[in-house]
Design a protein around this ligand. Structure first.
Ligand SMILES: [Zn+2]
Length: 493
């Protein structure tokens, strides 16, 4: 009877080399030693002035465009003032009134259905430092102070926890794809606060919302949503109302605790940052950063055009190198189904065993090899049972060469094909399609199987597979089973 209405505020750590307004190293992963990436600006010394990092603007623009946002030609930095030991400047530089990007959408598949979630806005801002509570003291580490963040706020478009998780998964892919962030939740490169509000199904206005903070994994998010839904239902059912508040999720105990209510909401005294000019981006600057195709677009194409299975489409669209390999094989074979099947079974099995990633060798050479194997299969020169063997042999030779010489001259397409042909002949895996030669084998097999033929003809015992198997054996596995079947059918009906 109750419906969940949710929206998300997500902070994504920008993958720039230096911090947002100073030359300090932007440690995307936390440093072991405290306070080693700091300077007069990010420590809040009087007189130190900010200089905007262009790389942050570049990456944020790409991320905003990938989320189909409008990038504003003019955005403005504001000061948000508050006092807390993790903030040595006593103010955070953010964008309140004029963000860099707004009005976007992120598409995601939720249980096989394509849904789109609206982005309200995205702005860039500085991170605070980190407080470490040890014994009865609090220690301050300012390595993160002044590091760039993107804050992405959605519209209240989320109805289930699956919506939330699939959206975040897609957001993660987008961030990695454009190189804006690794968006690893465990490393706090992506943090998400979930706003949760309940209403009766027929209601049209929003009731009070509760914001849940401190969610650092997809499973924690799912648990927090379930728990908060139950908590709010219980409160409404007992005739009370929900207070607008912020709650802190404790993932060890699976409960949330009130952090602050609306009454003690702080006055941040926002005002335009006096030390920074408005950020002006020209139409040309924005146009140069448009991303033509996102992982989700590929996934759609693979499902609709190539008719791949859901899981295969998802896997092949996740990784940019895999895309390229897959698409280049299709150009050479015109066979998306077999290309997909080869990559997801044969190639993945080998990579898994060798613990290499997909860029292990030369992508070009891998494409030539796989394409040629598929083409031979489609010409009946190779059987589907031996394509794996051929590739494994190829891989083994390459590994050995790499180990011995630590070097490999990448073969061109023609040489790769010659190389594969030699492997097939050496292993005796070429399928024989010469009907006359195969007919001789059939004759020999049938001549030695008179009792089986009798059984087959009189009692209709299913011995057809037996005859084909015997022929395959006689041909040392090289005969084409399809031709054998036809020949046997012609002889004994
Ligand atoms: Zn600094």
């Amino acid at each position: 009877m109750y419906e969940l209405i949710m929206w998300l505020e997500t902070h994504v750590r920008v993958n720039s080399k230096t911090k947002m307004f100073c030359g300090c190293k932007n440690a995307v992963e936390l440093e072991w030693d405290p306070n080693i990436n700091t300077c007069t600006f990010c420590m809040g010394f009087p007189g130190a002035l900010p200089v905007l990092n262009e790389e942050v603007v570049n990456l944020a623009t790409k991320a905003g465009l990938a989320m189909k946002c409008t990038i504003n030609n003019v955005s403005v930095f504001d000061r948000k003032s508050y006092f807390y030991p993790d903030l040595p400047t006593w103010y955070q530089i953010t964008q309140l009134y004029y963000p860099i990007a707004e009005h976007g959408t992120v598409e995601a598949y939720v249980n096989g259905e394509l849904k789109s979630f609206k982005i309200h806005r995205m702005h860039i801002e500085c991170d605070a430092g980190k407080l470490v509570h040890a014994w009865n003291k609090t220690l301050c580490d300012y390595n993160r102070s002044g590091s760039p963040l993107m804050e992405i706020v959605t519209e209240p478009d989320f109805r289930t926890k699956e919506d939330v998780i699939e959206y975040l998964t897609e957001l993660q892919k987008i961030m990695r794809f454009v190189g804006a962030s690794n968006a690893d939740m465990e490393k706090w490169q992506l943090r998400c606060d979930v706003n949760i509000s309940l209403r009766l199904k027929w209601e049209t206005t929003l009731r009070n919302r509760v914001e849940i903070k401190n969610l650092n994994s997809f499973s924690a998010i799912a648990r927090a949503i379930d728990t908060e839904f139950k908590r709010q239902v219980k409160i409404y059912e007992s005739g009370w109302t929900i207070d607008q508040e912020t709650r802190w999720w404790d993932d060890e105990k699976w409960v949330s605790n009130s952090l602050r209510s609306k009454e003690d909401a702080m006055d941040y005294r926002y005002f335009p940052e006096p030390d920074l000019k408005p950020l002006v981006l020209t139409d040309e600057y924005i146009a140069e950063r448009v991303i033509k195709e996102l992982p989700i677009d590929r996934r759609k194409k693979y499902l609709e055009e190539y008719k791949l299975l859901d899981d295969d489409a998802r896997i092949l669209s996740n990784d940019r190198t895999l895309w390229d390999i897959f698409e280049w094989i299709i150009i050479r074979t015109k066979d998306p189904k077999k290309a997909c099947s080869f990559i997801t079974t044969v190639l993945f099995a080998i990579l898994k065993e060798s613990l290499r990633d997909v860029q292990w060798w030369s992508v070009d050479e891998m494409v030539y090899t796989i394409s040629h194997i598929i083409n031979l299969l489609n010409k009946d020169e190779l059987s589907s049972t031996s394509w794996k063997q051929v590739f494994e042999e190829y891989y083994k030779i390459m590994e050995e060469e790499l180990e011995k010489t630590r070097n490999h001259n990448v073969l061109n397409e023609k040489d790769t094909i010659d190389f594969i042909e030699k492997i097939i002949d050496r292993l005796g895996l070429r399928q024989k399609n010469d009907t006359e030669a195969l007919a001789k084998i059939v004759d020999e097999v049938l001549a030695n199987s008179s009792s089986q033929i009798e059984q087959y003809k009189s009692w209709k015992v299913n011995l057809f597979g037996y005859f084909v198997g015997e022929c395959m054996k006689a041909s040392k596995g090289q005969g084409n089973p399809k031709i054998f079947s036809e020949l046997i059918k012609n002889k004994i009906g």
